[in-house]
Design a protein around this ligand. Structure first.
Ligand code: HEC
Length: 187
């Protein structure tokens, strides 16, 4: 009888422990997502380039969806340097053209075909740290004005939090063009 009671108590204790541990991990996952949102929307200012503008306001229906496909983009001309012009941007402030060529802010939503849907956390962290496209050695550099030099200095915890948050935002289909070289051709 006593033995049964002991087994029952031990079982109960393990169940309670499992429940508490699970609640804690759900809690820490949601804390991490909240932190990611905070970093993206405040100091990271990712929407500054990745969310297209409609006039002075952000178009929140395209939150972090990158340069809208099939919309015009500026073309830099080297003679502009004499006029003190170094970078031009599209009206939505999502495409940029300068002596480096032309870049289009990427789609950061989890859309599978056109966003970061197929990316892994490792790819994201490596891209932010190395400044190489998809974080892969041998790939081209990520183009200006993406501030990779600054983001590269973020700690792992913050980059993981940003990644966790980006997985939760609304997926938006928008196939952003790859960058162009200074002659307007694909790299
Ligand atoms: C000043 C503008 C600007 C800001 C701010 C910015 N980005 Fe970017 N980002 C870009 C541009 C432009 C590209 C496209 C570069 C290219 O195609 O090489 C890009 C590309 C990316 C890519 C794709 C890299 C790759 O491997 O091709 C990721 C991921 C990314 N940004 C994440 C972020 C995150 C997260 C933030 C905020 C913490 C952020 N960006 C803030 C301009 C910006």
């Amino acid at each position: 009888m006593r033995r049964n009671l002991l087994i029952f108590c031990l079982l109960l204790l393990s169940i309670v422990t499992i429940i508490v541990l699970n609640i804690n991990s759900v809690q820490s996952q949601s804390d991490m997502i909240q932190r990611g949102k905070y970093l993206v929307d405040t100091v990271g200012a990712c929407g500054h380039c990745h969310t297209p503008r409609a006039g002075a306001e952000y178009n929140m229906n395209r939150y972090l969806a990158g340069h809208p496909v099939n919309t015009p983009h500026p073309r830099y001309n080297f003679s502009m340097i004499q006029q003190g012009i170094f970078i031009l941007t599209s009206t939505q402030m999502t495409a940029f053209s300068g002596p480096f060529g032309t870049s289009f802010a990427s789609n950061l939503t989890p859309d599978k075909e056109t966003g970061l849907g197929e990316w892994t956390e490792e790819m994201f962290i490596q891209a932010m740290r190395t400044g190489l496209h998809q974080g892969t050695a041998g790939n081209r550099k990520i183009f200006p004005p993406m501030p990779t030099k600054h983001y590269a200095q973020m700690n792992d915890e913050d980059l993981k939090a940003i990644w966790a948050y980006l997985r939760t935002i609304k997926p938006i289909r928008n196939e952003v063009s790859p960058p162009l070289n200074s002659r307007g051709r694909p790299y």
